[in-house]
Design a protein around this ligand. Structure first.
Ligand SMILES: [Zn+2]
Length: 229
């Protein structure tokens, strides 16, 4: 029997500690085999990699992460897609019929490039998912009150998302990524009721890693998998 399983992490299950685990990690009572997890390199782009069986274990035990990818999609049961974040937004998308799932890293660049919309189109076109049935989680990330950027970056971001038809509301020079990602989900046909917005600011809430606050190199992990057991 297939079912979707996901985990939106915080400091309790940090990425660097995970790397030293040898075989399995326990998350909310579920044991995840590290050899079945897949890590994307995360380069602030919009490339989405469709995983194959041999991608299981990428990024662990000396193996390379999935190069150049900020998004992962799989239809393979018991393979776990993992996105690391510390202010950028993790976006997890799943199909209730378990046809396929996506894990995305949507920071400023991923959001500007609409990696979320791109993933939904792949789920629809290549896996036969109906966007109206898809469900999505937008996890913890930095809110607009704690994400001020330079005038140049602000202008370029606003111009690009406006050109794609997305609205933006935030104080001048502040970016509201969550608001844009939400619209990207809606625009692709995911319904309002199927979007779970985890309204936590990683900068404000000390339970999360925040790069802007701590300048550290550790991250929370966000995972999704189709379990078949
Ligand atoms: Zn905040």
């Amino acid at each position: 029997m297939k079912r979707n399983w996901f985990y939106l992490g915080d400091r309790k299950t940090d990425y660097l500690s995970l790397l030293s685990e040898c075989c399995a990690v326990k998350l909310e009572g579920k044991s995840i085999d590290i050899g079945r997890a897949v890590l994307a390199e995360q380069v602030h782009g919009d490339h989405i990699h469709i995983c194959t069986e041999s991608d299981s274990g990428a990024g662990f035990e000396g193996r390379e992460k999935i190069a150049g990818a900020d998004g992962l999609i799989t239809a393979i049961p018991n393979q776990y897609l993992m996105i690391r974040t510390a202010d950028c937004y993790p976006v997890l998308i799943f199909d209730p019929e378990c046809k396929a799932i996506a894990a995305l890293h949507s920071g400023r660049e991923g959001t500007r490039l609409n990696i979320t919309g791109k993933a939904i189109n792949i789920l629809k076109d290549e896996f036969g998912c109906d966007p109206a049935k898809l469900c999505a989680y937008i996890g913890a990330g930095v809110c607009e009150d704690h994400y001020e950027v330079s005038e140049d970056i602000y202008e370029s971001f606003i111009n690009d998302i406006s050109a794609q038809g997305f609205a933006h509301r935030a104080p001048h020079r502040s970016l509201n990524l969550r608001m844009v990602v939400f619209q990207q989900l809606i625009k692709c046909g995911i319904t309002f009721k199927n979007i779970e917005n985890i309204q936590e600011c990683s900068y404000e809430n000390q339970a999360y890693f925040s790069y802007r606050r701590d300048k550290g190199n550790n991250r929370q992990i966000n995972i999704i998998g189709i379990i078949d057991e």
